[in-house]
Design a protein. Structure first.
Ligand code: LLP
Length: 386
C-alpha cells in the first residue's frame, strides 16, 4: 500500500470538518516528487504531462511552472491547456479523431499534432497547413496490461503500422507539414520494462528507412512500480541513433499516488454479502467498475476489531462496488474512508450519470488546502436543457 505523507493524512482528517464529502484530495508535494523522480531518471527528456489523468487548472499551472508541457487528446483538453498558460508549442495533440470543427478551432494557435492515420494526416494538412507534426507508430506489440489500456497492440485503433511509416512520412512532407519525428505510446499501467524495450526496438528497426529526426516521443504508460532505470540506457541509445530529442507523456505516474477519494459511510446491510453503503460509487470513481481496478482503502476513523465488507455506492447497478472483501474496523454512520491511488483517472473520469454532481477537488500544498474545483452545483446538471 502506498503510504500517505503523514502531514497530508492529518490534513485529510481535518478537511472532513471543513468540506462537503465526497471529495478528491491531492498532495502536491507528492506530485512534485514524482516530477523530480522522472527528471532524474530521464534527464534529457522533455516531459509533456498527459492531462487526461487529472486536468485541474490549478494542477496544470503548477506543473507548467516546473517546466512540463501538456499532452492533450481533444479540443477541450488543448483549450484547457492554453487556459492554464501553456503555449501552443508546449502542447501535444494526440488521438485518432480530430474533427474539422476541432482543427478549425485551433487554426489561430495550432499545437504540435500527432498524426494517427492517413486520413488524419490529410485533414491536418488541409486545415492546419504547415503544422508541426509527429507520426504515431503502432508497434503491434502484445503489451502486458488490461486489454482496454493496451493501445500498442496491432488490433488497436491507434497509430499506423510500422510498414506504413516511410510512405506516410513522405506524404506528410509532400503535403507541407513540418515533420518533427515519430511517436510511440504502448499502453497504460505498464509494469514490465521489457514492453518498453521492445517498443524502442520497433523504432530502432525503422531507422534505416526513416533516417534522423528531431523528436522521438516515447509516450507515457509508466506503471507505479516500473523500474525506470531499466529504460534509460535503451532510451538514450535510441535518441542517439536518431539524433533526436526525447519527449515523454507521463500521466498516472505523476498523480496517481498523490490523490485519494474520501467518502463517508451512510449505512450497512447484509444480503448474501456484508455491505457498507457509501455516499460515492462508480459515478465518482469509475475505475473499479470499468477495469476491475483495485484501490486500497484506508479508514479515516478509529474503531475496535475488524469485519470484512464489500463497499457499495449509490447507483442502481450491481457493479457499483468500489472494493470487495475489505477488512475494516466497523464504522459508525458518517465515518469516512479514503480510497488510495485515486489521483489519476479518478475525478477526470467522474460521471454525472444518475444526476450525480462531480465532486469537490482539493489540493494540499504542504501548508493547507486549496480548492481546485468546487463541487458541481446540482443546477448545473440540468442547465442547458429546454
Ligand atoms: N500518451 C497517450 C497517447 C495516451 O493515450 C496516454 C493514456 C498517456 C500518454 C498517458 O498514460 P499514463 O502515463 O497515464 O499511463 N483511464 C485509464 C487509463 C487510460 C490511459 C489512456 N491513455 C485508467 O483509469 O487506468
Amino acid at each position: 500500500m502506498s503510504a500517505l505523507n503523514p502531514g497530508f493524512l492529518q490534513a485529510l482528517k481535518e478537511a472532513l470538518a471543513l468540506y462537503p464529502t465526497p471529495f478528491y484530495a491531492y498532495d502536491w508535494t507528492r506530485v512534485r516528487e514524482g516530477v523530480e523522480r522522472l527528471k532524474r531518471a530521464f534527464p534529457k527528456a522533455r516531459l509533456f504531462y498527459a492531462l487526461k489523468a487529472n486536468p485541474r487548472l490549478g494542477l496544470l499551472r503548477r506543473l507548467r511552472a516546473l517546466g512540463l508541457g501538456a499532452e492533450a487528446v481533444s479540443l477541450g483538453e488543448v483549450l484547457r491547456a492554453y487556459r492554464a498558460g501553456f503555449l501552443p508549442e508546449e502542447v501535444l495533440w494526440n488521438g485518432p479523431v480530430k474533427t474539422e470543427e476541432a482543427l478549425k478551432a485551433l487554426q489561430a494557435s495550432p499545437p504540435l499534432v500527432v498524426l494517427d492515420s492517413e486520413g488524419d494526416l490529410l485533414r491536418v494538412a488541409r486545415l492546419l497547413p504547415g503544422a508541426k507534426v509527429l507520426l504515431r507508430v503502432n508497434p503491434d506489440l502484445p503489451v502486458a496490461t488490461h486489454p482496454h489500456l493496451a493501445t500498442g497492440r496491432g488490433e488497436s485503433q491507434f497509430g499506423v503500422l510500422p510498414e506504413e511509416v516511410p510512405r506516410l512520412l513522405a506524404l506528410a512532407r509532400e503535403r507541407g507539414l513540418r515533420v518533427l519525428g515519430l511517436h510511440l505510446h504502448l499502453g497504460s499501467k505498464l509494469e514490465d520494462p521489457r514492453d518498453f524495450l521492445e517498443g524502442y526496438r520497433v523504432l530502432e528497426g525503422l531507422f534505416p528507412e526513416v533516417g534522423p529526426v528531431e523528436v522521438l516521443d516515447l509516450g507515457g504508460g509508466f506503471g507505479l512500480g516500473l523500474d525506470l532505470k531499466a529504460l534509460r540506457e535503451a532510451m538514450e541509445a535510441l535518441a542517439r541513433l536518431y539524433g533526436a530529442e526525447v519527449f515523454l507523456e507521463p500521466g498516472r505516474y505523476l498523480v496517481a499516488q498523490a490523490g485519494v477519494l474520501v467518502a463517508r459511510v451512510v449505512g450497512w446491510k447484509r444480503t448474501r454479502r456484508n455491505y457498507l453503503l457509501l455516499e460515492a460509487g462508480m459515478t465518482t470513481l469509475l475505475r473499479p467498475a470499468l477495469y476491475g481496478a483495485f484501490h486500497p482503502v484506508l479508514p479515516l476513523y478509529e474503531g475496535e476489531g475488524e469485519e470484512v465488507y464489500d463497499l457499495a455506492g449509490p447507483a442502481c447497478e450491481a457493479g457499483d462496488v468500489l472494493a470487495r472483501g475489505v477488512a475494516l474496523p466497523p464504522p459508525k454512520e458518517g465515518d469516512a474512508l479514503a480510497f488510495l491511488e485515486a489521483g489519476a483517472y479518478g475525478a477526470s473520469m467522474a460521471l454525472s450519470y444518475l444526476d450525480t454532481p462531480r465532486p469537490l477537488e482539493l489540493l494540499w500544498t504542504g501548508e493547507g488546502f486549496e480548492v481546485l474545483r468546487r463541487r458541481e452545483p446540482l443546477e448545473a446538471l440540468w442547465e442547458g436543457e429546454a
